[in-house]
Ligand binder design. Structure first.
Ligand SMILES: C[S@@+](CC[C@H](N)C(=O)[O-])C[C@H]1O[C@@H](n2cnc3c(N)ncnc32)[C@H](O)[C@@H]1O
Length: 289
């Protein structure tokens, strides 16, 4: 008889890498939303999200975009008091948002008649109820999933004819030109540790919008958002919390020493510090029909 080594399941996003203790993860997701929601909302607005749409928010995190969508598709965010508004209100009764995540702790309290919170793994669970969808949106999810191309196939399959897919992902290209050595190394360490532990690919979105074009979407477009990180603002807070969370893994893999990480955290806490970190690439497209 031969001894067999049990096959180890590769680590996933919330296996002690990201995710993590409720309070700090909630603060990290809130800081992420403060930095990114204005751009996301502008792009969703430009895609025509409106009363009556059925939407899927994948990897909803803290739920800020799911909540915004629920207001939009039910007409609750409308200030228009005309007869057209009454017509829109009728359509809005059909509007619904499904917010999914493998960790729904931060979505508790959001659920209501027009917003369903669902514990759901986008890589392997069946299509969420409520589809096919007019809009599917995923921000900072697919780059962390090694099987992102299969996940994109799944999302494409859950769209209605003429349904819109919007995918947002971090991209690492601004990091190498940072003029701050400790910050540069710390941010590179975040990039590398995520690649080595859970298979994150911060270069995937550099090829946008090809993954959407390959899936026969039309009206395809891309936008890149590059917020500054500094002034002890929300982006700096988000990266400081991320760096602190990943520090044991960075240390374990020998990617940066403690002095460097301390210096980087000092930079992020300094109101006078300014730099760039990861950019966000946003790609969208519409199913024919
Ligand atoms: C970086 S956070 C982004 C949260 C939110 N989309 C945002 O941008 O504010 C990634 C989210 O994806 C979720 N996630 C990771 N793997 C997932 C999977 N296989 N299926 C569904 N959600 C997943 C995580 O739990 C986390 O909430």
């Amino acid at each position: 008889m031969t001894d067999t080594v049990p096959a180890q399941r590769p680590r996933r996003y919330s296996d002690d890498v990201l995710g993590g203790p409720t309070d700090t993860e909630r603060a990290r997701l809130a800081a992420m939303a403060a930095v990114c929601d204005p751009t996301t909302i502008r792009i969703l607005d430009e895609r025509g999200v409106s009363a009556g749409w059925r939407c899927l928010e994948v990897g909803a995190g803290g739920g800020s975009i799911a909540a915004w969508l629920a207001g939009r598709v039910t007409g609750a965010d409308s200030t228009d008091a005309t007869d057209a508004a009454a017509e829109a209100a009728t359509a809005a009764r059909a509007g619904h948002v499904v917010a999914t995540d493998v960790d729904t702790r931060h979505l508790e309290g959001l659920a209501g008649p027009h917003l369903t919170v669902l514990h759901h793994d986008v890589t392997r669970d069946p299509a969420p109820p409520g589809g096919p969808f007019d809009l599917i949106h995923a921000r900072f999810v697919l780059e962390h999933l090694p099987d992102r191309e299969q996940v994109l196939d799944r999302l494409r399959g859950w769209l209605k004819p003429a349904g819109v897919l919007v995918v947002e992902s971090i991209v690492g290209f601004p990091l190498d030109s940072s003029p701050h050595p400790a910050f540069r190394q710390a941010m590179r360490s975040i990039d590398e540790v995520l690649a080595k532990t859970i298979g994150t690919d911060s270069a995937w979105a550099r090829g946008f919008p090809a993954p959407l074009q390959r899936r026969d979407l039309v009206d395809v477009g891309v936008s890149v958002h590059l917020p500054t990180t500094g002034g002890a603002g929300a982006s700096a807070q988000c990266w400081a919390l991320t760096l602190t969370r990943l520090r044991p893994h960075i240390r374990e893999l020998g990617l940066a020493d403690d002095d460097t990480l301390d210096d980087a955290l000092d930079c992020l806490a300094d109101p006078a510090f300014f730099d760039l970190s990861f950019a966000t690439a946003v790609a969208w497209g519409r199913a024919p029909g």
